[in-house]
Design a protein around this ligand. Sequence first.
Ligand code: NOJ
Length: 509
Amino acid sequence: MSQTWWRGAAIYQVYLRSFADGNGDGAGDLAGLRSHLPYLKDLGIDAIWLNPWYPSPMADGGYDVADYRDIEPVFGTLAEAERFIEEAHELGIKVIIDVVPNHSSTESAWFKEALANPAARDRFWFADEPLNDWQSIFGGSAWTQVPDGQWYLHLFDPGQPDFNWNNPEVHQEFEDVLRFWFDRGVDGVRIDSAALLIKSDTAYEDLDEVHDVYRRWREVADEYDERILIGEVWLPDQERFARYLRPDELHTAFNFDFLSCAWDPADLRRSIDLTLATHTPIGAPPTWVLANHDVTRPVTRYGRADTSFAHGGALHGTPTDLELGYRRARAAALLAMALPGSVYVYQGEELGLPEVEDLPDEVRQDPMHARSGGTNPGRDGCRIPLPWSGDEPPFGFGTGPGAATPWLPQPESWRKLTAEAQRTDLGSMLNLYRTALRIRRELLGDGTLTWLPSGEKVLAFTRDSGLTCVTNLGAEPVPLPAGEVLLASGPLVDGLLPSDTTAWLSPQG
Ligand code: NOJ
């Protein structure tokens, strides 16, 4: 891969706790991931991004980090993580980890020290009384009182105290943490809540000083070869968003505008045009994301009347046509993979997993559910352990006869969706992703697109290689331009592209 492997990479997101359970305790781990590396190689991805793998009390699925330089014992050991990085590299797969700089865990050494000693509180936001009326992003107040009467700030769960980035020790700590992992061969970091680090008395989102942090981080990354910084930046204002991607800051950032789009030709085209207009002038490659561990799975979302995504508006139990959602998710996958830049695949997306909406309240673990008083279903439904094989739970997630029940229950109906069942079915979602990623590696990725004239319900464009991508979002079948069909998300009907289908046509001449 070139110096700029990341510009067009296909990046697979591993939510470790739900990927594969190597020791049969009911939770995914590094042993499970390592044993499935051949699956990922065969799928055709370029890189793996892992959600936080550090020691954590799991108040927020590991985004409450107790120690940034070690591995959660449930997941394995530091030595195993190093082995995993080597094994991935041997297969030509890059490794991206998650770094969480906005907040820590109440179980971190620094926070425990702060609790024990009021003179050691400056690395966090402590005050005699709440300094403002900020609400936690998960619901409830963003301030929690400690036994001696002081209050600390947590933009998320009370288990996630926010760092005070006015303190130089915090800067130093994170620069060291980056080096710790880059020294171990990690190829990139995904930066959690990247726009929230700096606080004033009245605001915490996207304050200008946050860019000083990332300029410094870029210098650290540039001390190494080909290491990248990826921002989790949820900002509707594209000009503000683009500032994170200036040449001396982050390399890329997730495209949440595209992820949040409805399955609607005008909305998608608007978002694609906006994305390209935002990225082209600064020379940063766009990213295309349909799913992650925080959002409703596309198969479910695209089968509803409202196909857009919004955190606050996440719903369960709304009427859903899963067959329709599945067809659209296939079409959306080919659309996303054809666009210029890098693309993300969230584990299980390649199996066409739906959101699991009927989890009993007592098994739900997401603080978003608990802190909203149950009004928000939370994100457990997109984090269900993967079905690998067999006819009944745990579907090969945990191996061996004594394998414990997975930490979140899998639906019986997933027997049809296991990787094993899909491997031999040429029409499966898994084989669509495998074929698409193979073609993409050769003909798509970084570059530009040229829109082709089309009806208003159709998105049609040609890429640098000459490959043409056509998505029909209208109700009626449409004719395709000249060219051999390399791949389609569903069968053509009398040579026409049906509703909710994408086709890739080979380069001409
Ligand atoms: C964004 C992560 O994707 C999400 O899962 C987490 O809850 C918050 N940041 C807080 O760390």
